[in-house]
Design a protein around this ligand. Structure first.
Ligand SMILES: C[S@@+](CC[C@H](N)C(=O)[O-])C[C@H]1O[C@@H](n2cnc3c(N)ncnc32)[C@H](O)[C@@H]1O
Length: 283
């Protein structure tokens, strides 16, 4: 590369960095969503993908669209916040939950569960099935929250693609499922409609882990595959919030790529399953 093109590329990077800052500031000022403390590398990848898919020449153009059309914000919010999920995602996690966390919940007269970053609800239905099979569903008061209203609306419907059911059936079996997975949904054309009683009592709400506070005390919190998208400063904030929201003896389940490193309360937990990232609050 010649000197001229090196200078061009450095300038291009500088322009992009300014555009990212302006975009995130614009989204924050107008819509209140603060992505400034999301991990920059993965955020950059998602932004580049949006530009490519929309055929847009620059982030400045994307900012213009988002500022002038609120409907676009809803759409991009989902892409920025990463809704990827699955039923019984990481079956070993649900197996460990069944074997090691259920005994801790069994003796409570009732218990509260928080799904923080529940996306389109697959995790909520998975846990509902597990709790039902362990005879604990009637004792569970469940709260499922996410940044995005769009994904919550989808989660509430409890309707998923039928073509995903084969993979979910395998996950369910590997997670220690006792029965037949098809018992929990009705197939209609290319859709699978989950049994409504699995989510009837769930409180669905928007909650932003960047800016909102604790809203109850929980005996089980699943915050999986959410903090992985945050920078260390924001991870610390969320860990603080999760710690504050957990009852003593309460169980915290994180994602495969997540950990208590960076938690100001790491020494207040005992590992229930190290590899599946399941911890109990002990002080
Ligand atoms: C990759 S999905 C994980 C879903 C599910 N927990 C799982 O493990 O399959 C991440 C979810 O976190 C949500 N999320 C991202 N940032 C958030 C924030 N600041 N507050 C609350 N939820 C957030 C996204 O909208 C998305 O639905």
């Amino acid at each position: 590369m010649g000197e001229g093109s090196e200078a061009d590329s450095a300038r291009q990077q500088e322009v992009e960095a300014v555009e990212v800052r302006l975009l995130l500031e614009g989204i924050r000022s107008l819509y209140g969503y603060d992505f400034r403390d999301y991990a920059p590398a993965s955020l950059g990848r998602r932004l580049r993908k949006i530009l490519e898919e929309e055929g847009l020449p620059s982030l400045s153009r994307l900012l213009e669209m988002i500022l002038h059309d609120p409907a676009q914000m809803g759409r991009f919010l989902i892409a920025l916040a990463v809704p990827t999920t699955a039923m019984f995602r990481d079956p070993g996690f649900f197996l460990a939950l069944r074997q090691k966390a259920v005994p801790l919940l069994k003796d409570l007269p009732f218990f509260r569960v928080w799904h923080a970053g529940c996306s389109t609800g697959e995790e909520v239905y998975s846990l509902a099935i597990l709790l039902e099979e362990e005879g604990l569903l009637p004792k569970a008061r469940r709260y499922a929250t996410d940044l995005s209203q769009e994904v919550i609306d989808k989660a509430k419907e409890g309707i998923f693609a039928a073509k995903a059911m084969q993979a979910y059936t395998n996950n369910y079996a590997r997670s220690g499922g006792h029965g037949s997975f098809s018992h929990y949904y009705t197939a209609k054309h290319d859709l699978a409609i989950m049994r409504p009683d699995l989510a009837r009592e769930v409180v669905w709400a928007t909650h932003n882990l960047v800016s909102d506070g604790s809203f109850n005390e929980f005996n089980l919190i699943l915050c999986r595959n959410v903090m992985i998208y945050f920078n260390p400063k924001l991870q610390e904030r969320v860990h603080h919030l999760l710690y504050d929201s957990l009852a003593m003896g309460g169980v915290l389940g994180l994602g495969r790529g997540e950990s208590l490193l960076g938690s100001p309360h790491a020494d207040c937990y005992r590992a229930l399953d190290v590899s599946e990232k399941i911890f109990v609050k002990v002080k």
